[in-house]
Design a protein around this ligand. Structure first.
Ligand SMILES: *Cc1c(COP(=O)(O)O)cnc(C)c1O
Length: 396
């Protein structure tokens, strides 16, 4: 109600700018697009009766995904959270360890750490990438840790900090070279949460291929979807083999015997979801072109409005522009809720940043560094309608 009655010239201008780009609305934040071989592959999958954990589509999806990313191996799983869970276990994360993750992320990153019995340790981001700030992190680790027997120990808690999980927020690559250097210097395993950044690259190399492992999500709101789905990416044969084994109930291959050599997970992506994925992957280049076009159209409009700034891809990298992101200047940050109200009332779906992890009930007592950048971003960030079809070139 307040949003409807209080005037904000800035909110009105933002509504106009979005409408100029996407039309009058209603417009969702992000919708999937099924314009290719989805129906054909799904029918083929149903006709084959192989709808579950075995079938040609799931193997094909893995091979085509790995080839697209320039990675050696992809292991398809039920969702991105499961991918992170297993990647962290394979990175050596044990109960009682700590794992460094950004405070500005989707809750899945923190939950996957918890599933390992480990404790998430929250780190700050930088505005230019919206991801982990390697300089601030290095300074912080220099003060609070010591490297003992090739392990990074948090001197305050006595726990081993085992891994670092940068996340490429809204598709924008982090400063991956800076982050890799911190991981190497402090003996941290690097797992990239690339759930949001399929198709994003740094100097031509795909996000998700820099660390020991990378993880993807194919949830319905991501750049391409399998309904629910995820993948673990690696260039290491042994890690990929272990990932496949652990995500398929640790069953030893045999034509009829049920022999499981450890406690595995039922995390394999079903063939029917992979059928959808094969069709979606074929359209990924078109989707990425449209999303880039949408960014350019928004950029042209928002360039004419002062005190707001549309997030562009960081230097040396290409973003998949999964979610378009508007940053308000500090001087107008208090208008964020008015802008959210005005846009949503106009049928233009926008939303604020995720609640920072250290404010969520299960993570209030987790260790963290000072978080000035993400606390500022949280007050100023607005995601805009970002579906590829908003800028798809019309056929003919
Ligand atoms: C979407 C997402 C995931 C994984 O989500 P699932 O719904 O489990 O596929 C993980 N991390 C981030 C940052 C995400 O945005």
């Amino acid at each position: 109600m307040i949003g409807a009655t209080v005037q904000s010239a800035l909110a009105d201008r933002i509504v106009e700018a979005i409408q100029t780009v996407v039309g009058p609305g209603p417009v969702a934040l992000h919708e999937p697009r099924f314009a290719g071989n989805e129906w054909m592959y799904l029918k083929e999958c149903l006709d084959s009766t192989y709808v579950s954990s075995v079938g040609k589509f799931v193997n094909r999806f893995e091979a085509e995904l790995a080839a697209y990313m320039g990675a050696k191996y992809a292991v398809a799983v039920v969702n991105g959270t499961a991918a992170l869970h297993v990647a962290l276990r394979l990175a050596g994360v044990q109960p009682g360890d700590e794992v460094l993750i950004p405070a500005l992320t989707f809750v899945a990153t923190a939950n996957a750490v918890s599933y390992c019995g480990a404790v998430p340790h929250f780190v700050d981001s930088e505005q230019s990438t919206l991801g982990v700030n390697p300089r601030a992190l290095r300074e912080y680790l220099r003060i609070i840790t010591e490297v003992r027997d090739q392990q990074c120990v948090n001197r305050a808690t006595g726990r081993v900090i085992r891994a670092l999980v940068p996340m490429h927020a809204f598709g924008h690559p982090v400063d991956i070279e800076g982050v890799l250097a911190v991981a190497a210097d402090f003996r941290l395993a690097l797992v990239e949460d690339a759930a949001e950044s399929l198709g994003s690259t740094v100097r031509g190399r795909h996000t998700g291929t820099f660390g020991l492992m990378g993880t993807l999500s194919f949830n319905g709101n991501k750049t391409i979807t399998t309904g629910g789905g995820g993948a673990i990416i690696s260039n290491d044969f042994e890690l990929a083999r272990r990932a496949k084994h652990l995500t398929t109930t640790a069953k030893v291959n045999h034509r009829w015997e049920f022999w499981h050599d450890e406690i595995g997970y039922n995390y394999r992506m079903p063939n029917i979801n992979a059928a959808l994925g094969c069709a979606q992957l074929e359209q990924l280049p078109d989707l990425l072109r449209a999303k880039r076009r949408l960014f350019e159209r928004y950029a042209a409009e928002f360039a004419r409005i002062s005190k707001v700034h549309l997030m562009a891809e960081p230097k040396e990298s290409r973003s998949n522009y999964w979610l378009q992101t508007l940053l308000l200047d500090d001087s107008v940050a208090e208008q964020r809720d008015l802008i959210l109200a005005a846009t949503n009332e106009a049928g233009l779906m926008t939303r604020p940043a995720w609640t920072l992890m250290h404010r969520l009930a299960p993570y209030r007592t987790s260790p963290r560094m000072e978080l000035p950048c993400v606390e500022s971003l949280e007050r100023r960030l607005i995601n805009l309608p970002s579906s590829a079809q908003l800028a798809m070139e019309k056929a003919g």
